[in-house]
Design a binder for this molecule. Structure first.
Ligand code: HEC
Length: 273
């Protein structure tokens, strides 16, 4: 019995020592947002994805890559530029490489490549290129960001607990007053949604910092929501096709169940049982 209480006392002491360390992982639960892509019939809002792409290009692309996204993905079925308006006519293209909006977005980027005689060159982007990484490598990225590494954003919505709600809250979460007991060093910022509540990324969004192509007012909340919508699409670009296929499969299985039940009745109707 004595040994048992000694074990208990040791365990309690160990927990008291560990408690502050566990507190370091503390963070606030993100705000729930009603996303158009939630639920079994949810779809992306093309306008929101387009606006979010604009914020990514003008703000986040300076530090964050999208290494799994090619320009042509923007024009594929389900993508933000699947249908484009050219000279007032709405058009879509079987091959996203033929989409002029996608081609002009790609052409704004410089891509390093090797030419016919083996020299390294910089050329204009093509729809088949992936989004270029803003730094030469991880070491340069860390050197430019005070030692912190800006992660690739292609699948970040899938890679983080609470997904889209987390990313949206994180981007909007820089305006809170930090608690007095938190030691925030220069080069890091208080953000209650980041695990540990301290983040090395400076606040990125400010009201009115960009002018949306469609005239929407660019508030911090609007930009955070649009940007997250865009990153939800990059994380899962085939979601709409998958949900549609799932629905067809359910309808098919329902029909098959009725058919099987009817044949069971027919086959067994002459058998005494
Ligand atoms: C000046 C460079 C810079 C810019 C611009 C920037 N970030 Fe970051 N970002 C960082 C750094 C550095 C980190 C790593 C932070 C850390 O580990 O504490 C980071 C981390 C993140 C994370 C990951 C947080 C986590 O859970 O690990 C997300 C999401 C993110 N940034 C989104 C964005 C978005 C969206 C934009 C555009 C609105 C943006 N960032 C613009 C530097 C930047």
């Amino acid at each position: 019995m004595k040994t048992f209480s000694r074990i208990l006392a040791t365990a309690a002491a160990a927990m008291m020592v560990a408690a502050p360390a566990m507190g370091a992982g503390y963070y606030d639960k993100p705000e729930q947002h009603a996303w158009s892509f939630d639920g079994p019939f949810g779809e992306y809002d093309r306008q929101a994805v387009q606006r979010g792409f604009q914020v990514y290009q003008q703000v986040c692309a300076a530090c964050h890559g999208l290494k799994y996204v090619a320009f042509r993905h923007l024009g594929q079925p389900g993508g933000p530029f699947e249908t484009v308006v050219i000279d007032g006519v709405e058009q879509s293209f079987d091959n996203p490489n033929d989409n002029p909006v996608v081609a002009s977005i790609a052409a704004e980027y410089f891509i390093s490549d090797i030419d016919d005689i083996g020299d390294t060159i910089e050329r204009a982007g093509r729809p088949s290129d992936m989004f270029p990484y803003p730094f030469a490598n991880e070491a340069q990225a860390r050197a430019a960001n005070g030692g912190a590494y800006p992660p690739d954003l292609s699948v970040i919505v899938r890679a983080r607990h609470y997904g889209a709600n987390y990313i949206r809250s994180l981007l909007m979460g820089y305006d809170r007053e930090p608690p007095a007991d938190l030691d925030i060093r220069p080069g890091s910022y208080y953000n209650p949604y980041m695990p540990g509540r301290i983040i090395a990324m400076p606040p990125q969004l400010m009201d009115g910092m960009i002018e949306y192509a469609d005239g929407t007012e660019a508030t911090v909340e609007q930009m955070a929501t649009d940007l997250t919508h865009f990153l939800a699409w990059t994380s899962d670009p085939h979601m709409e096709q998958r949900k549609r296929m799932g629905l067809m499969v359910m309808i098919y299985l329902f029909g098959l169940a009725i058919l099987l039940y009817a044949s069971y009745r027919k086959i067994w109707s002459k058998v005494k049982h």
